[in-house]
Design a protein around this ligand. Structure first.
Ligand SMILES: Nc1nc2c(c(=O)[nH]1)N[C@H]1C(S)=C(S)[C@@H](COP(=O)(O)OP(=O)(O)OC[C@H]3O[C@@H](n4cnc5c(=O)[nH]c(N)nc54)[C@H](O)[C@@H]3O)O[C@H]1N2
Ligand SMILES: Nc1nc2c(c(=O)[nH]1)N[C@H]1C(S)=C(S)[C@@H](COP(=O)(O)OP(=O)(O)OC[C@H]3O[C@@H](n4cnc5c(=O)[nH]c(N)nc54)[C@H](O)[C@@H]3O)O[C@H]1N2
Ligand code: SF4
Ligand SMILES: [Mo]
Length: 750
């Protein structure tokens, strides 16, 4: 049996792909069926993570027969992680949804034709709205479909069907970064480009396990020629922490205190870039006042980080020439996530580390199109990065779409947790779930699953009929997946990527785009969307919507230019790559790729052009440890070959072989010894909400008093505690009080 530590450790073992090639002869070479020699190659952007790697898909008679990572793509430079190499395999799985399925009177899901499915959808949802009001039907969507589809869903739902509340899995993921950036910079604008990984001399990764979650971003760090200091702030000694140069391991959820402590030392030592701060920020005096109380001794006592390490980290940030700060879910998924992200932004602003090569306060996104969802899902923000609350924005969007302004809501939708609560209260009766697996991924599962069963009508639109959520549905709509349809993604560094149809969707499965088109017609609002005929026409509409916004993409010459791989927003006519070849990275070799970052001129998107230094008082985690539940449960990504709820990655034998055979709970040797647990034993992990079995992986990497379980097991979210960041409503998946013990004979089986 493989243990997690035997898996991928890039620094030590060299680039992932090399290792895989060594250990698995033939790995990565396209497995071309006999008689199907490729006759052409085309490029797609990977449909898993937000890195946005280019994959060259090899075609025979227009159909994909294999793929290799693109050599000349600025994102991945010929590399891919295991998921990228295996991206075509999950399409051929035997549990693909191939026809619509409707639950019959005996409670069984039975195949029906599309006409019946569409008629049932319309009839049931309209009946619910007629009885309980338009707001009683909601949707939950995703960061994993193309931008054109998310925009269609958001527009159809809100401007066509009268749906008031729709949110997505990006709430579980990016909501915190969105709010943090909007408040600090005036727009949701991650400022960086991947060249920054190669240009920093100090990099600080906070709550980010890059080696596992974004392995190809890590490869850019490996290419950095400046022997950078790599500080990893994570309670666990992760693969990334082991590969870095300094591991800072604060007690879970004490990052805010730690970051204020760093600001305290930086200010105290005169490492503030006063010229930058005075010219480009507001709030310095208040922030300095606030952090004065965060003395090294206090911070050390509260975070568990010794004073010397705290001072060393502050010195690196305060005196480095090009310092970049990167964060992911260890920050976003916190009960004070927004303020923690803003404390990271504060450090970059205080030291003038923004807008120059190798700098930035950089939120790394998760899903392939989380960035598309942030701008175009029409949930938290109005299409194109607009604001539902601003009359001029509503007028602009209504004008471009040719719709009546009165159909545009004046407020954003309820957040995911409020929609779930609405189901509990009977306010939400009909739910349409698209490309997300709520019954596995939502926090505090025991509640969530029961709640979905309370709905009058649950529709799940997915590639597979076997997902935990699809199994609870009244109606399953079979969706085409990545590579079976067209559209665009936006990656972490604001780069647009292309998806093309190189495989046939099985049976009667349709692209999400054409499902939305069909629903618009069945609902009777098809006329509103008469310009929305195909993905590329929608791309043009979206371009128009972005005019004069920070995310302006009016200069893009259609899909053909996106295909070139060099479009990063903003991309106005004057930003066109052929009109300036150096970006703002003068003299840099990657400038030929047009790598561009934001804020080179020190002007932010706030009304006065200044960035805001923001802060708050740290508060302890909402769930307290107790004698019954004395350990902190951390959750997150397990290996680079597993993707979330596993609906895709578990269908590849190669990816399965690279993942642990069993779910492991990482536990410190002292905690294990206290409980009489030895490595490999099956143990019970319990919280006051539920329990699961897992195998003990006794390891010093997780730290005393903490345990870690990957999120890829559907049972993990039985344990999690439903706390939310107050500003972003993002769930705090990474802190719950649990106990681990050998299972008692009377414990119920899993
Ligand atoms: N292989 C693979 N790659 C993926 C995904 C996948 O499912 N599989 N998912 C993608 C998605 S959608 C996302 S959002 C990203 C997530 O990417 P990451 O955020 O890098 O991944 P996680 O493992 O969720 O969390 C990162 C780290 O946060 C740490 N952490 C927990 N609590 C704290 C804390 O209080 N403070 C600090 N500083 N750190 C803490 C955890 O120990 C963990 O190592 O990955 C993307 N990439
Ligand atoms: N405990 C814990 N829980 C977590 C996290 C954590 O760190 N810890 N992380 C959270 C985060 S950051 C995230 S992003 C979420 C992810 O949670 P989910 O979104 O629930 O996870 P996925 O498995 O990616 O689900 C995507 C679904 O879309 C389907 N799908 C894929 N492509 C398409 C398509 O083109 N069309 C359609 N219609 N369907 C498609 C897939 O089959 C799958 O069922 O999990 C969250 N949950
Ligand atoms: S790093 Fe992300 S985008 Fe690149 S191949 Fe892997 S999953 Fe795909
Ligand atoms: Mo995510």
């Amino acid at each position: 049996m493989k243990s997690p530590v035997e898996l991928l450790r890039p620094r030590k073992d060299g680039p992932l792909t090399d290792r895989l090639r060594r250990e698995r002869p033939g790995f990565g070479l396209p497995q071309i069926p006999a008689g199907r020699t490729p006759t052409a190659t085309t490029r797609l952007t990977c449909g898993f993570c937000s890195t946005g790697c280019g994959l060259d898909v090899h075609l025979h008679d227009g159909e994909a027969v294999g793929l290799t990572p693109s050599n000349d793509h600025p994102v991945n430079l010929g590399m891919a992680c295991p998921k990228g190499w295996e991206a075509l395999t999950p399409l051929a799985a035997s549990d693909r949804a191939t026809t619509p399925l409707l639950r019959d009177d005996n409670g069984k899901l039975r195949p029906v034709d599309w006409n019946t499915a569409l008629a049932t959808f319309t009839e049931r949802m309209k009946a619910i709205q007629a009885e309980h009001g338009p707001a009683s039907v909601a949707f939950l969507s995703t960061g994993q479909i193309v931008t054109e589809e998310m925009a269609f869903l958001g527009a159809l739902g809100k401007f066509g069907m009268g749906i008031v509340h729709g949110d997505g899995n990006t709430r579980q993921c990016m909501a915190t970064a969105v709010v943090a950036y909007k408040e600090a910079f005036g727009f949701d604008a991650p400022p960086y480009t991947y060249a920054d990984f190669e240009q920093s001399d100090v990099m600080v990764l906070i709550g980010s396990n890059l080696c596992v979650a974004h392995p190809i971003m890590w490869e850019h760090i490996v290419r950095n020629p400046h022997s950078p200091e790599i500080v990893v702030i994570d309670p666990r000694r992760t693969e990334t922490a082991s590969a870095g140069t300094l591991h800072v391991a604060p007690n879970p959820k004490t990052d805010l205190t730690l970051l204020y402590g760093l600001a305290h030392v930086i200010i105290g030592n005169g490492w503030v870039d006063r010229e930058f701060v005075d010219a480009h920020t507001t709030g310095f005096a208040e922030l300095a006042d606030h952090v004065a109380a965060f003395t090294p001794d206090r911070v050390s006592a509260e975070t568990g980080v010794d004073v010397a390490t705290l001072k060393r980290t502050a010195e690196l940030i305060g005196t480095g020439e090009r310092v970049s700060l990167w964060w992911t879910m260890g920050v976003n998924q916190s009960h004070q996530g927004t303020k923690t992200a803003q404390a990271i932004i504060d450090l970059a602003l205080l030291t003038g580390n923004i807008g120059r090569p190798g700098t930035g306060a950089n939120s790394i996104t998760g899903q392939c199109n989380a960035m598309g969802s942030r701008l175009f899902s029409n949930t938290t923000g109005l299409l194109g990065g607009h604001d539902f609350a601003k009359p001029e924005h509503r007028a602009k969007v209504a004008g471009i779409l040719g719709i009546d302004e009165s159909v545009i809501p004046t407020e954003p939708s309820w957040a995911y947790d409020r929609i779930i609560e609405g189901i509990n209260r009977g306010e939400i009766r009909g739910l349409w779930v698209i490309a997300t697996n709520t019954s596995h991924s939502w926090i505090n599962q025991s509640d969530a699953r029961e709640l979905l069963d309370k709905l009058d009508f649950l529709v799940v639109q997915d590639m597979y009929s076997t997902t935990e959520t699809a199994q609870q549905a009244d109606l399953v709509l079979p969706a085409a997946g990545w590579a079976e349809k067209e559209g665009t993604f936006i990656n972490s560094e604001r780069r647009l990527g292309i998806v093309k149809r190189v495989a046939r969707a099985p049976g009667q499965a349709l692209s999400d785009f054409f499902i939305f088109r069909a629903i618009a017609d069945a609902w009777g609002c098809g006329e509103v969307f008469r310009r929305w005929t195909d993905p590329e026409s929608v791309f043009e509409i979206l371009q128009e919507l972005t005019a004069n916004q920070p995310c302006d993409i009016t200069g893009v010459r259609g899909y053909e230019e996106v295909d070139g791989g060099h479009v990063q927003w903003p991309y106005r006519t004057e930003d066109r790559i052929d009109s300036h070849t150096t970006g703002d990275v003068a003299g840099d070799p990657t400038a030929a790729n047009g790598q561009r970052r934001l804020f080179a001129d020190g002007r932010f998107f706030t009304p006065d052009g200044r960035a805001r230094l923001l802060f708050t008082e740290p508060a302890g985690p909402p769930e307290k440890l107790s004698r019954a539940y004395p350990l902190v449960l951390l959750t997150g990504r397990g290996t680079s070959s597993q993707w979330h709820t596993g609906t895709r990655t578990s269908k590849s034998p190669t990816l399965r072989a690279l993942a642990p055979d069993d779910t492991w709970v990482e536990i410190d040797p002292a905690d294990a010894a206290e409980r009489g647990i030895s490595g490999g034993q099956v143990v019970a992990v319990r919280s006051s909400r539920g329990s699961m079995r897992a195998r003990a992986h006794v390891t010093p990497t997780v730290g005393k008093g903490r345990v870690f379980v990957s999120m890829h097991d559907a049972r993990t979210n039985r344990l999690t505690f439903p706390a939310f960041d107050p500003q972003s409503r993002q769930p705090s998946y990474k802190y719950a009080a649990v106990e681990v013990s050998l299972p008692e004979p009377w414990d119920p089986p899993d």
